[in-house]
Design a protein around this ligand. Structure first.
Ligand SMILES: *Cc1c(COP(=O)(O)O)cnc(C)c1O
Length: 330
């Protein structure tokens, strides 16, 4: 089976497993796991943030990050198909009392005029106050689309001017970095708080981080424990992340090339594929998923008429070419 459902299906490599087995560990709830501390410091430094916090999932990193800048009863603005709005099962409302209003963009982009229209300043006991604006880069449900740095900078300037925070859901920021050559620190500079995942294209089995100021991270450490996310000798997992950062970032370019090849086979313009995700509109999407599986290729149904293919660490050039043949025949 060639599995193109998601870049979360990767298996840790032998080298990664060796790094995990050899990791120095301690009790991370006591702040004593040296491998976790090293990972947090490394990733905070990469994005120019003061500090970072290891979390089991990207969803938890997003929940902690958003709640650090949006109080209960306030709102965060985001694009309508953002992961925080669609795919975290209402966590920001359920746990943090945060509400959302959204703008719509078919490629998940920043629409600054729409943001300006939505933005609500403090108006006493009348309207929900906008405390933060969230962006997702690359954008999952917009087919891995990259948000241009210039747009992010304009948003940052606007947010600073109106006193709103910027949250960046950077689950796949590594893909945006490799696709555009934009330094990670430039992406880090547009956000007050952000989340990054090690378990997507980077191929670690588990793990994400929230990034932000020292104060925000100190508070997030308390909330992580409150949510049941205080983990013990978790350096075993952090070691997988450190290994992935050292060995699996630059190779994302291969995933992007494979995604273009698959796009072409599916009749999607490869120019519209920025990173490792290909979204294929099909009236008979469920049927395509079944028939592809019968022919040895697993693809995902992400809407009644949308098929999604995602390339990753576990897909070789040969796999991509074989999958392209199967998909072209469908
Ligand atoms: C995967 C993903 C997350 C986090 O997902 P988890 O499964 O909770 O780790 C957050 N944002 C985006 C854009 C994602 O693709």
């Amino acid at each position: 089976m060639i599995d193109l459902r998601s870049d979360t299906v990767t298996q840790p490599t032998e080298e990664m497993r060796t790094a995990m087995a050899r990791a120095d560990v301690g009790d991370d709830v006591y702040g004593e796991d040296p491998t976790v501390l090293e990972l947090q410091e490394r990733v905070a430094g990469m994005f120019g943030h003061e500090d970072a916090l290891f979390t089991p999932t990207g969803s938890m990193a997003n929940v902690l990050a958003v709640r650090s800048v949006v109080a209960p009863g306030q709102e965060v603005l985001c694009e309508a198909s953002a992961h925080i709005a669609r795919a975290e099962l209402g966590a920001h409302g359920a746990y943090s009392g945060v509400t959302m209003r959204t703008w719509m963009h078919p490629r998940g982009q920043v629409d600054l005029p729409a943001v300006q229209t939505l933005f609500a300043p403090e108006m006493g006991p009348f309207f929900v106050r906008t405390a933060a604006i969230s962006v997702e880069n690359s954008h999952n449900f917009a087919g891995g689309a990259v948000l241009p740095l210039a747009d992010l900078r304009d948003l940052r300037d606007y947010a600073t001017g109106v006193g709103a925070a910027v949250h960046l859901d950077g689950a796949r920021i590594w893909n945006a970095h490799v696709a555009t050559g934009t330094p990670l620190s430039e992406y880090g500079a547009i956000a007050d708080v952000m989340a990054v995942c090690l378990s997507k294209g980077l191929g670690a089995p588990v793990g994400s981080l929230m990034l932000g100021s020292r104060d925000a991270i100190e508070e997030a450490r308390v909330w992580r424990k409150r949510m049941g996310g205080g983990m013990r000798q978790v350096g075993i997992l952090a070691a997988a992340g450190l290994h992935a950062l050292a060995h699996h970032v630059e190779r994302l370019a291969d995933d992007h090339a494979h995604a273009k090849l698959l796009a072409e086979a599916c009749g999607v313009d490869p120019e519209t594929v920025d990173t490792n995700i290909v979204v294929v509109p099909r009236a008979d999407a469920a049927e395509v998923v079944l028939r592809a599986a019968e022919a040895g290729v697993r693809v995902a149904l992400v809407g009644p008429t949308v098929v999604r293919l995602v390339t990753h660490l576990g897909i070789t050039r040969d796999d991509a070419e074989r999958a392209a043949k199967v998909l072209a025949s469908l």
